[in-house]
Design a protein around this ligand. Structure first.
Ligand code: GLU
Length: 325
């Protein structure tokens, strides 16, 4: 099966990685469909032409093409990592009482909770992500933010910073997220100061990354939670299975089912135009291109990942026998 590959197998195909990336880059560079996210005013100022693809293998090899050093804010991709921190802080049983693991089929910002349990459906939609962020421990707002930033540092291997313009832009316009947070307060799913929770959520979404960081973070999840370059354990390995499972079923907004069917590896996208995809035990993939489709996924990003999965044989359930490794 494709998911049984090991490092030796990887080496066989590693030389053509760059060729594949260059090929995909030229193929999709001219694609112009999609629109910039504009409900956060600062995001509407991004250059729509930007495009980069990066792969980091679990043995730390990096392959990249395009604007891979261009910085942008991580947005929803942060939800994956905040979920890992909440699992570490409270354990999975408690976290499950506050946030479910059920795909919704609704938009990421739907103002909706599970009828029966009153939990948000899953940690990859805004309601679940805000509930998850409220679980991050710390003796005050500063300590909580520092714990979040330190977590990002472990994954990327470099210090994390918040883009203050994007943070304040979302903070002053994020009324929908505020409504979601109040709904959860009403049902006892959040029991802290709402504004403080929202600030931390907006800050985690405004953490600055580049495409290489995305691939490194994905590669860390592919590598049992260990950053393949620094060797640092970014998240306890026992939580990686839970993180990847919700990414697989819920990570691509209301396109998650089709993504699982076609691309077949855990992934998460953000309205910044970034996508991370994790091929367990093999590699992490990062794509950045800010023009989004109607569901909020990067148009080029989805195309690139579909083709990368096919060409490198990454689909987890591909047992056709003609996969590359
Ligand atoms: N900060 C954004 C929000 O909460 C993230 C959304 C996303 O990337 O999907 O609306």
């Amino acid at each position: 099966m494709a998911n049984q590959g090991n490092l030796e197998d990887l080496e066989i195909v590693s030389a053509p990685f760059l060729a594949v990336l260059n090929d995909l880059f030229s193929k999709y560079k001219s694609q112009r469909e999609g629109t910039l996210a504009n409900y956060i005013p600062e995001l509407a100022k991004v250059n729509p032409e930007l495009f980069s693809i990066c792969i980091v293998t679990v043995d730390g090899q990096t392959y990249q093409v395009g604007d891979y050093q261009q910085q942008f804010t991580i947005q929803s991709i942060s939800k994956v990592f905040a979920y890992g921190l909440a699992l570490e802080d409270h354990g999975r049983d408690y976290v499950l009482t506050r946030v479910g693991v059920e795909p919704t089929g609704d938009a990421f910002n739907a103002i909706i909770l599970d009828e029966k349990s009153k939990r948000p459906y899953n940690p990859m939609v805004n309601a679940g992500a805000i509930a998850t962020t409220s679980l991050i421990k710390g003796s005050g707002a500063t300590e909580r933010l520092n714990r979040v930033l330190d977590m990002f540092r472990r994954y990327t291997g470099r210090d994390a910073l918040v883009d203050i313009s994007v943070f304040t832009s979302e903070r002053s316009t994020g009324h929908r997220n505020r409504a979601i947070a109040h709904l959860m307060l009403n049902f006892g799913m959040i029991d802290q100061n709402i504004e403080e929770v929202l600030d931390l959520y907006f800050q985690q979404c405004a953490v600055i990354v580049n495409c290489q960081d995305l691939a490194m973070m994905a590669a860390t999840l592919a590598n049992k939670g260990v950053n393949p370059v620094t060797g640092e354990q970014a998240v306890e390995s026992r939580h990686v299975k839970d993180i990847l499972s919700v990414m697989y079923t819920c990570g691509m907004y209301n396109f998650s089912g089709e993504w699982a069917y076609t691309v077949g590896i855990p992934a998460k996208s953000g309205v910044c135009g970034g996508i991370i995809a994790v091929a367990p035990h093999k590699m992490g993939i990062g794509v950045f291109s800010p023009l989004l489709d109607v569901r909020g996924n990067s148009v080029r990003g989805v195309n690139v990942c579909e083709e990368l999965s096919r060409r490198l044989g990454l689909h987890l359930f591909d047992c056709s026998g003609d996969t590359k490794f």
